[in-house]
Design a protein around this ligand. Structure first.
Ligand SMILES: [Zn+2]
Length: 179
């Protein structure tokens, strides 16, 4: 299929809780491949399956955005789990499903990520921090139907959504990190 359209807020699939993947079927492999292509085309740092309209527990991300990352190539994660989380970090986040909106959100600064890599092998617990830890938490939220706006204060959320919904489709500012 190749590049798939990215679902934009307020599409209902963004509020769906994604299901666990039960096997590496050709459909799941095709989804992973397409999501990697779609993320690259959108110049995103991460992308969750709900964002291409598929409520399965799959996300892709690109660890190359962070210098010294333990991972060196864009990768897909299936049935991800955060085993540990610590510290707090504030990050100006963008979301590929909310063109041209950034919000400063507090997340855990360090996480240990588990799940299956795109080849079906267990990750075995990878430590990530900073931008990559933020990205993974953002994607894990997507898989639970949670959006970055939900982490902002009620007032900030209302203002940002009013602005977003009133101005019609916009392009992304690719200089910023979008997930
Ligand atoms: Zn997002």
């Amino acid at each position: 299929m190749g590049i798939r359209p990215i679902v934009k807020y307020p599409s209902p699939v963004l509020r769906e809780k994604a299901r666990e993947v039960e096997g590496f079927t050709p459909e799941v492999q095709g989804l992973l491949k397409d999501m990697l292509e779609t993320m690259e085309a959108a110049k995103g740092v991460g992308l969750a399956a709900n964002q291409v309209g598929v409520p399965l527990r799959v996300f892709v991300f690109d660890p190359r955005v962070q210098e010294g990352s333990p991972l060196k190539a864009p990768m897909g994660i299936v049935n991800p789990k955060i085993l540990e989380a610590s510290g707090t970090i504030l990050w100006e986040e963008g979301c590929l499903s909310f063109p041209d909106m950034e919000l400063k959100i507090a997340r855990s600064e360090r996480i240990v990520l588990d799940g299956l890599a795109q080849d079906g092998q267990p990750l075995g617990g990878i430590e990530l921090d900073g931008l990559l830890a933020v990205c993974v938490q953002h994607e894990m939220d997507h898989l639970d139907g949670v959006l970055f706006i939900d982490h902002a204060s009620k007032l900030k959320k209302e203002i940002a959504l009013k602005r977003y919904l009133s101005r019609g489709p916009k392009e992304h500012d690719h200089a910023k990190a979008h997930f």
